[in-house]
Design a protein around this ligand. Structure first.
Ligand code: CUA
Length: 326
């Protein structure tokens, strides 16, 4: 679903890479498509040739049998050896690129960003261990022209297999329980890059979206400083906060600096800094927030957040409080 008001490059285009790993992977994609294209032209060409050349013509009574080549050693060898060679070339090229990407280390004297992304049914938990930040579904990274500010990710899963994929920045990497996988990216251009879980992980797999916001370094630092702070305490919503704190919301969600310390659902400390709700199903507007809290199941059937059956007043209070979590 398109999110109005964002500057998102809404098309997640593998052929328009803006980071080194994605450029390398585009190279393999082009090579594979070129080889497959040549095979397609040869095979389709031979089929068309056979159709045209050996068709029975209108005035022809007798069918002229084409030359029979069954058992020809040359042909048997050719169509065994050539595909094997093609497959080995593709394996070799892919293995080289995978190795080059996996073995990549932060450059000496560079200033990399480290983040841990945890896949959940059906959202992404994001930590920046060195920056004291926990957020969800929206990953901010600095633009890194010369590789000096690349971001290195550790991928973990809280439940089942997922796959982390931001087509313009990096290839798919499996997110597997009890195992750490790694991916990195060095976006060369600021922008919002759409990502998606790319491994079927249950009912709402299709709505396990994420976005990467690549920002110039000073903006990234500003964002990081704001995210690292505990939640804003706005005295004008003290009553609304008390309502939120009295509900089961706090068992699943954290609002840093308050009694809400749940970790089952997304951290809400700076909820209002994010562009979407429910891992991309709704844009983050006051009305949508109200709709979402009122009945998450309506927008994301089967998601782990239940309908809390709040009455109208509770809903107004909870949303009024959440709206202050900038
Ligand atoms: Cu997570 Cu599909």
């Amino acid at each position: 679903m398109a999110v109005p008001g964002s500057h998102a490059n809404r098309i997640a285009d593998t052929f328009n890479p803006v980071a080194t790993p994605a450029h390398m992977e585009k190279g393999i994609a082009i090579l594979t498509i070129a080889i497959c294209g040549v095979i397609f032209v040869i095979v389709a060409g031979l089929i068309v040739y056979a159709f045209v050349h050996y068709r029975v013509k209108r005035d022809e009574r007798e069918f002229e049998e084409p030359p029979q080549i069954y058992g020809s050693n040359q042909i048997e060898l050719a169509w065994t050896v050539i595909p094997i060679l093609i497959v080995f070339v593709l394996i070799g090229v892919s293995a080289r690129v995978i190795r080059a990407i996996q073995a990549h280390q932060p450059a000496p004297h560079s200033d990399p960003v480290y983040a841990t992304v945890v896949g959940h049914q059906w959202w992404w938990e994001v930590h920046y261990p060195n920056l004291g930040i926990t957020t969800a579904n929206e990953i901010h990274v600095p633009v890194s022209h010369d590789g000096r500010h690349a971001t290195f990710f550790t991928l973990e899963s809280a439940d089942v297999d997922h796959s982390f994929w931001v087509p313009q920045l990096s290839g798919k990497t499996d997110v597997i329980p009890n195992r750490n996988n790694f991916v990195w990216m060095d976006p060369s251009k600021a922008g919002v890059y759409i990502g998606q879980c790319a491994e079927y992980c249950g009912t709402q797999h299709a709505h396990m979206g994420l976005r990467v916001v690549a920002q110039p370094l000073p903006e990234f630092r500003k964002w990081a400083a704001a995210e690292a702070k505990p939640a804003v305490e706005d005295p004008s919503v003290a009553k609304d906060k008390a309502v939120f704190d009295s509900l089961a919301c706090i068992n699943c969600h954290t609002v840093r600096g308050t009694i809400a310390q749940g970790t089952f659902g997304p951290d809400l400390t700076h909820l209002m800094s994010r562009q979407t709700l429910g891992a991309g199903v709704l844009s983050n507007t006051p009305q949508h927030l109200r709709d979402w809290v009122n009945d998450p199941q309506k927008y994301k059937v089967g998601c782990k957040m239940p309908d809390m059956h709040l009455d109208d007043q509770q809903l107004t209070e909870v949303v009024a409080y959440l709206e202050t979590l900038k």
